[in-house]
Design a protein. Structure first.
Length: 347
């Protein structure tokens, strides 16, 4: 269970935890010239989205099928995650990898999503072999930021060209997201190219230390909060477990004048997923009912909050499931959790 404050103050600039909030601070020497000025949010209402995982190329007939299925469930947005990589957590060069989606294929799937009436959230990721992007500590930070800017700028230009509605300048880079000057420069470069909504996606323990929330339009949170100490299918108890977290988010949203977007949230269909929602290798028996209860609790806890911008469920798997066991993976496709989503998103 979470024990630390979601909104612990940060020196010179208050910071929030796992939420999407907007910051309007009066003129202050702490802040650099306005990068985003007033915060922007989706004028079409709450974002109802899935991250879509297919083969490494976002290609094949199953992609079209998946987009059609997502729309049927009630989704209005889809998230794509092209990835470049770096050789180690200490490396300072970011480059394409053999698994990086081909630009032509990515452009095709973005255009296809738009034809299905879905808005697109492009959230590029960094891949580190045998490591985590949240542990990146480059030997040469200046060189890393220069390389990162090339990487993220490539996709920002694509997003602008294709009319992508929302763009993440970074995702779960906890060990380097404290570098305000470095990230302000990244954001400036993105905004020079891209005029849509810009955000950063933080993991739960990272958000309180991110010092550049004032420069983005939304504060993104990958909402993998532990809600229970033992497996449970009690949606009411899970909803109650959200209460203190929700209260801190509401306070943070008011403080920063930015809405909160769950850039990721999800649960495997395994027993115990509510205790460790970010663990896809629990190794426990399948449990569609616990997954469904967790979905219901989150939607019940946040759907009526005016400061909540919505959620991207991780993940809708395009079939085949890339070797994962569909009976226990994150995808709600064809499971009890899909019924919960339909119930809430077709109201």
């Amino acid at each position: 269970m979470r024990t630390t404050s979601l909104f612990r103050p940060w020196p010179a600039l208050p910071v929030i935890g796992r939420v999407v909030v907007v910051v309007t601070l009066a003129a202050s020497t702490v802040l650099s010239p306005c990068l985003g000025c007033s915060a922007r949010a989706d004028p079409g209402g709450t974002q109802r989205g899935f991250a879509l995982i297919g083969d490494p190329h976002y290609d094949g007939p199953q992609i079209t099928q998946s987009l059609n299925e997502m729309v049927g469930v009630g989704a209005t947005w889809v998230q794509f995650n092209p990835a470049w990589g770096q050789s180690t957590t200490s490396a300072s060069v970011i480059a394409r990898t053999p698994q990086t989606v081909n630009d032509d294929h990515l452009e095709r799937i973005i255009a296809l999503a738009h034809r299905y009436g879905l808005k697109v959230f492009l959230a590029p990721h960094i891949y580190v072999p045998n490591g985590s992007r949240s542990a990146i500590k480059p030997d040469d930070p200046a060189a890393w930021f220069a390389s990162y800017t090339t990487f993220i700028g490539h996709y920002a230009a694509m997003a602008q060209r294709l009319g992508v509605e929302q763009f993440a300048v970074g995702s779960e880079l906890a060990s380097i997201s404290h570098d305000r000057p470095g990230w302000l420069q990244v954001i400036r470069e993105v905004r020079a190219t891209y005029d849509g909504t810009v955000l950063y996606a933080a993991e739960p323990g990272e958000a309180e230390g991110v010092p550049f929330w004032d420069a983005v339009d939304l504060i993104g949170i990958d909402a993998y909060f532990s809600l229970s100490t033992a497996p449970t299918t009690d949606a009411s108890a899970l909803q109650q477990a959200w209460e203190p977290i929700r209260a801190e988010m509401a306070a943070g949203s008011a403080r920063y004048n930015r809405k909160i977007l769950f850039t990721e949230a999800g649960y495997t269909s395994q027993e115990g997923t509510t205790t460790r929602p970010n663990d896809w290798m629990l190794g426990t028996p399948p449990s569609e009912s616990e997954q469904a209860a967790a979905y219901r609790a989150l939607l019940a806890a946040f759907s009526d909050e005016p400061w909540w911008e919505g959620v991207y469920w991780w993940v809708w798997n395009a079939l085949p499931d890339n070797g994962s066991d569909h009976a226990t993976n994150y995808s709600p496709r064809g499971k009890a959790a899909e019924g919960v989503i339909r119930e809430w998103w077709h109201r």
